[in-house]
Design a protein around this ligand. Structure first.
Ligand code: GLU
Length: 445
């Protein structure tokens, strides 16, 4: 494989899609050695084919806001790769959404989903719709208008969307309601559904829980335990909430959370009340963490700061792509942080990853650490297909097993001669091998 040539070709075609190019480059650089040991991949042009989405839908979404004004947004669905199963991946509603972001997310999703051990291909979608400050009625009208376009292109055996940033249980409800009305079918076409209409127990918690289970495995390999460790988390959405809850349950102290407005430092750590309040903050649709410090006297709000300026043992970015820069990573390292588990998709810039790896600090990428979310979506699909629902204990046990398998796969492919585990390499190779083999076996399509 000639990475320079492939990247130059993509650059010429998609030069303005910087997140997509960043995600592709990272995967190609880490799989290069293994790829070159397989001339059959090269002959079948697997890399050239895997970097190109199968198809992309772009559509107009018009809706009427509460003041009667007509609003127009753009909707997308990127069906990236279906070699190992139906397209699967979330929908993101955020003003930053564009094709570059959805292509990077869809590309990462291919390998993440392969890592889960479940039969799911990779896809992603969303809109530049901004949920901030919108009423429930506006959210509903937008979701309905979005589904009015999308519904013909998805289905329980073709493409199964779910939530992502800006899309949670409420949005999935509105989206599902409209799908059901149009398709006249009650099927598992979306995951993250409500518990009384096909949702899976533990799905809301799964991304955060799975991430903490993964951290536990990383720590155990180093003969360490999460108990008593300090944790800084960015974000206060569904993922940060699940991670804060599980880390706290296991005896860690979550001393920092953050939002677009700044960071909260709470030396006493989280408890049930504070964790529940994270959800309340999110539900307000205001995208701010500052009120946390008004409610809990031990907490201090630092306007404009990131969680990474706070001294901690373990850092868990749970917000957006590229939220941790090289400089942030250096600050964490100099403050004594010895583990960073990326929970957001591509949450760390290449410079941040390089800094962690250079310092031989435990670092694992989002596609391994956050795979518990989509894995539990896969378990939701299984339950829907079987018309049954499993208990919370059963789902949690399966999630544990899946995270343990993912960790093992990362170590298998990522362990360096000096014993340091390059989890980025491990995750990319393990995911890639599975998809590449499936593509090879299915011929040129
Ligand atoms: N958006 C989540 C992710 O990045 C979940 C996707 C899903 O459950 O399909 O993996």
């Amino acid at each position: 494989m000639n990475i320079t040539e492939i990247m130059a070709g993509l650059q010429a075609k998609y030069g303005n899609e910087k997140e997509y190019l960043q995600a592709v480059r990272e995967v190609l650089e880490t799989i290069e050695d293994v790829y070159n040991e397989h001339p059959e991949f090269e002959a079948a042009k697997i890399v050239e084919r895997i970097v190109e989405p199968d198809r992309i839908f772009t559509f107009k979404v018009t809706w009427v806001d509460d003041s009667g004004e007509i609003q127009t947004n753009t909707g997308y669905r990127v069906q990236f790769n279906s070699a190992i199963g139906p397209y699967k991946g979330g929908l993101r509603f955020h003003p930053s959404v564009n094709l570059s972001i959805l292509k990077f997310l869809g590309f990462e999703q291919i390998f993440k989903n392969a890592l889960t051990t479940l039969p799911m291909g990779g896809g992603k979608g969303g809109s530049d719709f901004n949920p901030k400050g919108k009423s429930d009625a506006e959210i509903m009208r937008f979701c309905q208008a979005f589904m009015l376009e999308l519904w013909r292109n998805i289905g329980p055996d073709t493409d199964v969307p779910a939530g992502d940033v800006g899309v949670g249980g409420r949005e999935i409800g509105f989206l599902f309601g409209m799908y059901k009305k149009l398709a006249r079918e009650h099927t598992g076409v979306l995951t993250g559904k409500g518990m009384t209409w096909g949702g899976s127990l533990i799905r809301p918690e799964a991304t955060g829980f799975g991430a903490v289970y993964f951290v536990q495995h990383m720590l155990h390999l180093q003969n360490k335990d999460i108990k008593g460790k300090t944790v800084a988390i960015s974000g206060f959405g569904n993922v940060a909430w699940g991670a804060a809850m599980k880390a706290t349950q296991l005896g860690a102290k979550v001393i920092a959370i953050s939002g677009p407005d700044g960071a909260i430092y709470d030396p006493e750590g989280m408890n049930d009340e504070k964790i529940a309040y994270m959800l309340e903050l999110r539900r307000s649709n205001n995208d701010v963490v500052a009120p946390f410090a008004d409610k809990f006297p031990a907490a201090t709000f630092y306007p404009g700061k990131k969680a990474w300026s706070i001294k901690c043992d373990i850092a868990m970015p749970c917000a957006y792509q590229n939220e941790m820069s090289g400089q942030d990573a250096e600050e964490l390292i100099s403050n004594g942080t010895w583990c960073c588990a990326e929970v957001s998709n591509m949450g760390c810039t290449p410079e941040a990853i390089a800094a962690f790896q250079k310092a031989e600090i435990l670092f694992a990428p989002g596609k391994a650490v956050n795979a518990g979310g989509v894995a539990t979506s896969g378990l939701e699909m299984t339950q829907n297909a079987m018309h049954i629902s499993w208990s919370a204990e059963d789902v949690d046990k399966k999630l544990h097993e899946i995270m343990s398998n993912i960790h093992e796969a990362c170590v298998r492919y990522g362990k360096q001669p000096d014993g340091y585990v390059n989890y980025v390499k491990g995750a990319n190779i393990a995911g890639f091998m599975k998809v590449a083999t499936a593509m090879l076996e299915q011929g040129v399509i």
